[in-house]
Design a protein around this ligand. Structure first.
Ligand code: SF4
Ligand code: MSK
Length: 633
């Protein structure tokens, strides 16, 4: 139903990505509100919230602290700005770590059921990766078949969530570099169990428990480590075991991947368990033939956000866009069904889908959206459910209003699929060539760029500017999440983009036939970046903070990004944030996170909204690290 749009969006200015402006204009012409309109309606946003100084952790509140000291300096219970800001950040970390780790729990469930034979629609696709997992967990493999090994691994991983002892997480201990583990041990932040640390975040931030900002933030570090080195890590390992470890694969990205002649299905969310099945079923002869019966030329599945990254990395499924583009896909008028699992799915999608013929199908018991069709996913019936869903999409094709279809023509070539294993293979099976290129300065350093979109900043602008500026300076860029999609749509993930790199990086990329920006996967696959950094540090005999490596989340918005940023920092990485976190209401917390923490843990946050300045600083940090290693500049 058409809505009154009070504030028009300056469509040509809000995005770096081709095709976005024309669809925003289409939305306005058709009276459909999308994220940018709702964001404008929210202005001005609450200053207390922006500074992180509001608290509603109990019903004596809500309380807010006057940042200028003219009003109250303490909440009703006596909590000051430092306590409130630290508590709020800790709750963000808890939510982010919970999202990643609960995603992991779902995959452990399917992995275990596959190994025991309960879930017949899945199989162990990568035995080598299973063996690597067994080794990391200390599982004896001699004389056992792969299913026995998998069941043993699954039992250990299940316990990672809630084991009652104080032993550190097994997967972290088996994958993190020893030097890092020592630092965390000394600080007392080795995580014991994933759920326990998350639960303790909630306990500590309840009224009248932990009031010390340092102690609160340190527990945030502990919780985030449980996410990065165990929760997210196991999601990556198990997805690789079940669906194959990604290898370089060619495809295309941007809204132009939708096809006017086909039934279009968008898979959106984060978990690959159902989406991989949707792709498999949609490509079957049966479904392609059925589509023809309904007047289409076939079925076209495309990806959105991190579910899109998962199907991209392993099957080369084209990417339709990233976080801020989910509604735009529907606005093309060419999407028969959007199938969602969880995380980063805007509830507004039902309103937008209601303006077109698109069916929004939710599939997860923990993610319902009013107005959507809910078809609950069950791993024991994966193929059957996937078929039902694809059939609904096909049967919806005749309802498409052809005169309202407008698909932007843009799409860019992408080579994605750069797991650590794939990078090693491209290097000839050893890190040696990369280490030599780093040491002699052919490549100056490595930057991991990750994270979301945020309507507070120009869509995909900082993502691509920082990447372009860094590759120009011979910094190899790797990354995940919505950054990966932004870079893909900008053409930075095609081998031809090597010409945009400095001479050194260009030579390396051309010799190996790889792009200067490497797509490493979805949000949970930030764990791949951790593994790569750990392996490099070990090979050089140094610790991660010594490496000429930096991190950046230029347009982050989600609580998961707070957890990711924190475990990057805790892993010793200088980490840039391009949108401002809600900490400025406390000088103490701000200083702790952007300065003091570096001395104790090796990494810190650096906040800079300007992408050019940020890229310069990131490069300078790399140069400083090179100086300390006595490597040529
Ligand atoms: Fe206010 Fe303290 Fe309750 Fe927070 S916990 S709402 S600061 S009284
Ligand atoms: S999808 S968490 S908007 S990266 Fe992983 Fe994108 Fe951020 Fe969601």
């Amino acid at each position: 139903m058409a809505e009154y749009i009070k504030f028009k969006v300056p469509a040509k200015q809000v995005s770096e990505t081709k095709g976005v402006a024309e669809l925003i204009e289409k939305a306005e012409d058709e009276g459909v509100k999308i994220v940018w309109h709702r964001f404008l309606e929210q202005q001005p946003q609450c200053g207390f919230g922006i500074l992180g100084v509001c608290c509603r952790n109990c019903n004596m509140g809500p309380c807010r602290i006057d940042p200028f000291g003219a009003g109250p300096t303490k909440g009703t219970c006596g909590a000051d700005a430092d306590t409130i800001v630290a508590r709020n950040i800790l709750r963000m970390i808890a939510a982010g770590a919970a999202a990643h780790s609960d995603h992991a729990r779902d995959i452990v469930h399917v992995f275990k059921g596959t190994a025991t034979g309960e879930f017949k629609d899945y199989k162990i696709a990568d035995v080598q990766k299973l063996m690597a997992l067994a080794q990391a967990l200390g599982v004896e493999t001699e004389g056992k078949d792969e299913n026995e090994i998998a069941v043993e691994c699954a039992h250990i991983l299940e316990k990672e969530f809630g084991k009652p002892d104080d032993e550190p997480l097994r997967l972290l201990m088996g994958t993190a570099p020893k030097k890092r583990i020592k630092v965390w041990e000394k600080l007392g932040v080795l995580p014991r169990a994933i759920d326990r640390e998350i639960c303790e975040c909630m306990h500590r931030t309840h009224i009248g428990v932990d009031a010390d900002p340092v102690s609160l933030i340190l527990h945030g570090v502990r919780t985030s480590l449980g996410d990065g080195w165990s929760g997210s890590m196991m999601a990556t390992y198990l997805s690789d075991i079940l669906f194959g470890t990604p290898k370089p694969i060619k495809t295309v990205a941007n809204l132009g991947v939708l096809k006017e002649s086909h039934v279009n299905i968008v898979v959106h969310g984060h978990n690959p368990i159902l989406s991989m099945k949707i792709v498999e079923v949609a490509q079957s002869k049966e479904m392609q033939e059925l589509a023809k019966k309904y007047g289409a030329k076939g079925v076209n599945v495309v990806g959105m956000c991190c579910t899109g990254n998962e199907t991209l990395m392993r099957l080369g499924v084209p990417l339709a866009g990233n976080f801020l583009m989910q509604e735009l896909a529907v606005i093309t008028g060419a999407v028969e069904a959007m199938i969602v699992d969880y995380q980063c799915i805007m509830p507004a999608l039902t309103d937008v889908a209601g303006c077109y013929h698109t069916k929004l199908i939710t599939t997860e018991p923990k993610a319902h959206i009013p107005g959507a069709i809910h078809i609950e996913f069950k791993p024991e019936k994966a193929d059957e459910i996937a078929k039902d869903i694809v059939r609904i999409a096909i049967e919806n094709f005749p309802h498409r209003a052809k005169e309202r279809v407008e698909i932007p023509k843009y799409k860019s070539e992408v080579v994605a699929g750069f797991s650590v294993e794939a990078i090693l293979e491209a290097l000839g099976g050893t890190l040696e060539p990369l280490i030599n290129a780093l040491k002699d300065g052919t490549i100056k350093g490595i930057a991991g760029i990750v994270g979301c979109n945020n309507p507070k900043v120009k869509h995909n602008h900082s993502h691509v500017i920082i990447a372009r500026e860094l590759i120009k300076r011979d910094v190899l860029v790797v990354g995940t999440g919505c950054w990966g999609i932004a870079a893909a749509m900008d053409g930075l993930m095609s081998p031809e983009a090597a010409k945009l790199a400095g001479d050194g990086l260009r030579q390396v990329c051309e010799a190996l036939g790889i792009p200067p920006c490497l797509h490493m996967g979805s949000c949970v696959d930030c764990s791949r970046i951790l593994i790569a950094l750990g392996a490099l540090a070990d090979a050089l005999g140094v610790d991660i903070p010594d490496l000429p490596a930096v991190g950046s989340a230029p347009e982050w918005m989600s609580e998961k990004a707070v957890s990711i940023g924190t475990y990057f920092l805790a892993s010793g990485v200088f980490t840039h944030l391009g949108t401002i976190p809600p900490v400025l209401g406390s000088q103490k917390v701000t200083k702790l996170l952007t300065d003091d923490v570096e001395d104790i843990i090796g990494g810190k946050f650096y906040v800079e909204p300007d992408p050019i300045k940020a890229a310069e600083t990131l490069y300078n940090v790399i140069i400083e690290k090179r100086k300390k290693l006595k490597w040529p500049l």
